[in-house]
Write a protein that binds this ligand. Structure first.
Ligand code: IPM
Ligand code: MN
Length: 375
């Protein structure tokens, strides 16, 4: 029997509750499809940070790099300033393991209420491939009251002053700035990945940028996209500005198959995607390094106000678990988990409040595990 060791970081808020259900369903899949999982629990998260001062240490990251896949609940706690845990644990892992793909399926399952009138599961079925290690996420920025950084402001205002013959005041008390950077290799590898996906499934690739305004960074993205597209004459492509694509996601989601996007735009448009597929409780994601350690998680946060209430929807996490075992090579079991989720939804008997039901988190996990074993 195949044996897998899977490290699991339940994290904060509702994380432990939803991860328990994800493990339950993967264990059931193992029973049915003949594999066994040894779960290795890691405590990283708010409590651990408050007790020990550790976010995630390099030793822990090194230890985790021995595994192919990590299962993550959710990170974030309102006792700690926003960003500390998110950057110190979640982004640290994405960067350390060079998980340069953030794969986010946007798929409306049969029986799920869709906020878009007249759209059906046949219309909403695409994948966002979000670049996951560059762009405005590189963490370079700052604030300045005086000194060199202030020159950035002066340069930009002077350019505009000269161009339009205006006399603009260049003094400012304080500025803040953040640098976005994308590299040729980083851009190429994520776009290559999206074309590989498209070739496997005979689909088309849509690129997202803002090359009309942020033309240095996203003009570069667009050039790289066009160069790679030219090498795949069989794959259809289109170019989209990020503002416009939010409109098309709502108006014509059926146009999309594979959407490849820089990091920050990908963050924004996948929350919209989650809503289009029925809500954050149904949206899974994978942080993938095809040759290293990947990490699977729901795309929603830790919802501190629901912590310990056994109330939230575990489906996004269970679905992320399906993506995890697919990555480990258990494709049949992975597909069966998604079928069991679909059956649970269609039966509409055991559902959490967000789907109109009154069942608990653990009821839903147990129901999906039962369906899986009975299939
Ligand atoms: C996400 C989240 C993260 C991101 C945060 C928590 C760092 O919003 O996974 O989409 O911005 O990538
Ligand atoms: Mn996000």
């Amino acid at each position: 029997m195949a044996q897998y060791k899977i490290p699991v970081l339940p994290g904060d808020g509702i994380g432990p509750e939803i991860i328990t259900e994800g493990k339950k369903v993967i264990d059931a899949a193992g029973e049915k499809f003949g594999f066994d999982v040894d779960w290795i629990e890691y405590p990283q998260g708010a409590d651990h940070y408050l007790e020990t001062g550790e976010l995630i240490s390099e030793d822990t990251l090194k230890e985790l790099s021995a595994y192919d896949a990590i299962y993550l609940g959710s990170i974030g706690d309102d006792r700690i300033a926003p960003g500390v845990l998110e950057k110190g644990i979640l982004l640290a892992a994405r960067f350390y393991f060079d998980q340069y793909i953030n794969l986010r399926p946007i798929k409306l399952l049969e029986g799920v209420w869709c906020p878009l009138k007249d759209k059906t599961p046949a219309d909403i079925d695409f994948t966002v491939v979000r670049e996951n290690t560059e762009d405005f996420y590189i963490g370079i920025g700052g604030r300045a009251k005086t000194g060199a950084s202030k020159d950035l402001l002066e340069v930009s205002r002077t350019l505009y002053s000269a161009k339009f013959g205006l006399d603009i005041e260049t003094d400012s008390e304080e500025i803040a700035y953040q640098i976005g950077m994308i590299s040729k290799e980083g851009t190429q590898r994520v776009i290559d990945y999206s074309f590989d996906l498209a070739e496997k499934s005979d689909k088309h690739v849509s690129s997202v940028d803002k090359a009309n305004v942020l033309s240095d960074i996203y003009g570069f993205w667009r050039e790289e996209f066009n160069t790679i597209a030219a090498k795949h004459p069989d794959v259809k492509t289109d170019l989209n500005y990020v503002d416009a694509i939010t409109m098309w996601f709502v108006k014509n989601p059926e146009w999309f198959d594979i959407v490849v996007t820089p990091n920050m735009f990908g963050d924004i448009i996948t929350d919209l995607g989650a809503m289009v597929q029925g809500g954050l409780g149904l949206a899974p994601g994978g942080n993938i390094n095809p040759n290293g350690t990947s990490m699977f998680e729901p795309i929603h946060g830790s919802a501190p106000k629901y912590k310990g209430l056994n109330k939230v929807n575990p489906i996004a996490t269970i679905w992320a678990g399906s993506m995890l075992i697919e990555q480990l090579g258990e494709k049949e079991a992975a597909d069966a988990i998604v079928s069991a989720i679909e059956k649970n939804i269609l039966e509409a008997k055991v559902q959490t409040y967000d789907m109109g039901g009154s069942s608990t988190t653990s009821d839903v996990g147990s129901d999906i595990a039962r369906i899986l074993l009975e299939m």
